[in-house]
Design a protein around this ligand. Structure first.
Ligand SMILES: Nc1ncnc2c1ncn2[C@@H]1O[C@H](COP(=O)(O)OP(=O)(O)OP(=O)(O)O)[C@@H](O)[C@H]1O
Length: 483
């Protein structure tokens, strides 16, 4: 004879199981069957959550499924077992499977993730799908937002998994992991537990197993707070995207992003802080909170002072921003300036500096270019432009260690080396630095671009004289000069 209590418990469990099945399937139906994607590929790792996604999607959106994709990270027997399990489950549902393998099994988290995403997109194309569906849950979102907070991400990054990504759907994102687990049990699903999920080597796992439970205990509601933060950030991000749509940017063949300065001039610091991360993302650059703040301050300074062509600032991750002379506006007197956001090329010292070259418009000397100008002097940093005498032949040569210059406003001739040091040019960048000399014996140095001028070369119009601008073209920004 059975006692009534376990029967009630059984009934409760059954009701809970039915609720979980209904709840999960409703979300999956909304995202896949009623969603915007026509056909999707399910990204199934063989873990519990993605096996749930597979089961639920087959139940409510079978006609939308183009197939299943599984990526073998090459991490050992459990990875192979996971692939076998995914193959079997997909076959049971009559779905084609595409299997990918990591080329570098020991690469590490970030490289794996990138390789996995490349594979998933390829698999979608191969199976004729227009989206990849992942099984990220609400708990994954909590962890992602927490990790972004720790990393100092700006509002864009804080959106976490709620950030819309072209061709990616996450049907379980609003479903808690407990609900997903209940579904898996209710449906009697089998999955492969990834042993690395328990390893404390990974920050995500430390967050999941230690930090978040501790925070939740100390301050109940922390998880809810992180979810709310993610939602707000996602709404903010969508607005920023819309705003960025209105700013025309050009992407050069090398991926550099060119933004005309006048387009940014109408925004204050707050507006720029919204705009820049969205613009940068179009060039594939992720700006964190600090990078955004620096770029905003730089933009405001550059827009206010008309003196900074060639100046630049480095940002984290090998990114730099430099001011360039852009195209001349039809009818305008001056070429408008633009900000260029790009990956900094590794700097290599000039192997052997070029020999003497007659100074001429368009002369390229090592990593520098000289140009004769007509009137755009106002837009150029004075140290990088000079009025030079027209009554002598002028040459450009590389600086030599014994060189001296009679600098304007200074007594006597001083070593060029000292001026280079005072201008903050590091030793490794000095070989090959150009100096403009009066022709003939080549001894009288008139101008060291970016550093100083002699009395014979002025920053004002001199007659007879010619105005030259020098620009660094070896892709390193000149350190920004602050007035
Ligand atoms: N090896 C893989 N092959 C295919 N898809 C994957 C793979 N790893 C992850 N994914 C997709 O990315 C989602 C999130 O990855 P994450 O590493 O958090 O999941 P997991 O713990 O490996 O597996 P699951 O989410 O299935 O429990 C997975 O739910 C799945 O959709």
């Amino acid at each position: 004879m059975t006692t009534p209590v376990p029967v009630e418990r059984d009934a409760e469990r059954d009701a809970d199981a039915r609720r979980s099945i209904r709840a999960v399937r409703a979300r999956v139906r909304a995202a896949l069957a009623d969603g915007a994607s026509k056909r999707v590929v399910l990204a199934v790792s063989g873990g519990r959550d993605s096996m749930v996604l597979l089961d639920a999607a087959c139940a409510v959106a079978r006609e939308r499924l183009a197939g299943v994709a599984v990526f073998d990270h090459g991490t050992g027997p459990h990875a192979r077992a996971a692939v076998r399990r995914v193959r079997r489950a997909a076959a049971r549902h009559g779905l084609p499977v595409v299997v990918g393998r990591a080329a570098l099994p020991d690469a590490g988290e970030a490289v794996w993730r990138e390789a996995r995403w490349r594979f998933l997109r390829r698999a979608a194309r191969r199976l004729g799908a227009d989206a990849v569906a992942t099984a990220h849950t609400r708990d994954d979102q909590v962890e992602t937002v927490a990790m972004r907070v720790l990393r100092g991400a700006g509002p864009r990054g804080l959106a976490g998994l709620l950030a819309t990504r072209q061709g990616v759907v996450r049907p379980l994102l609003a479903v808690g992991a407990a609900r997903v687990a209940a579904y898996a049990h209710a449906r009697g699903l089998r999955w492969v537990e990834d042993p690395s999920n328990a390893s404390r080597r990974f920050l995500r796992n430390r967050l999941r197993h230690e930090l978040l439970p501790a925070l939740e205990a100390a301050r109940p509601g922390t998880r809810r707070l992180l979810l709310a933060l993610g939602r707000e950030a996602a709404a903010w991000r969508a607005e920023a995207e819309a705003l960025a749509e209105s700013v025309a940017v050009t992407r050069a063949a090398d991926g550099a992003l060119h933004v005309a300065l006048p387009l940014l001039a109408g925004y204050d610091a707050e507006g720029l802080a919204v705009l820049w991360p969205a613009l940068a993302a179009r060039g594939g650059v992720r700006l964190d909170r600090r990078g955004t703040a620096r770029l905003v301050a730089f933009t405001i300074r550059v827009a206010a002072e008309a003196t900074a062509v060639g100046a630049g600032i480095p940002l984290a991750g090998g990114i730099e921003v430099v001011v360039r002379r852009g195209r001349r506006v039809p009818g305008g007197r001056e070429a408008q300036r633009e900000l260029v956001l790009r990956r900094a090329a590794a700097w290599r010292p000039t192997a052997s500096p070029p020999g003497n070259e007659p100074l001429a418009d368009g002369l390229t000397f090592g990593g520098w270019r000289f140009g004769a100008s007509q009137g755009e002097a106002a837009a150029v940093d004075p140290a990088w432009s000079a009025w030079l005498p027209a009554d002598r032949p002028l040459e450009v040569r590389a600086w030599r260690p014994g060189d001296r210059i009679r600098a304007a406003g200074k007594q006597g001739a001083r070593r060029v080396k000292r001026f280079l040091a005072e201008a903050g040019i590091p030793g490794r960048e000095r070989p090959g630095w150009p100096v403009v000399v009066a022709g003939g014996d080549g001894q009288e140095i008139l101008w060291i671009p970016g550093v100083c001028r002699s009395d014979a070369a002025t920053d004002r119009h001199a007659t007879p004289g010619q105005h030259f601008i020098c620009e660094r073209i070896d892709r390193r920004p000149r350190p920004e000069r602050r007035g």
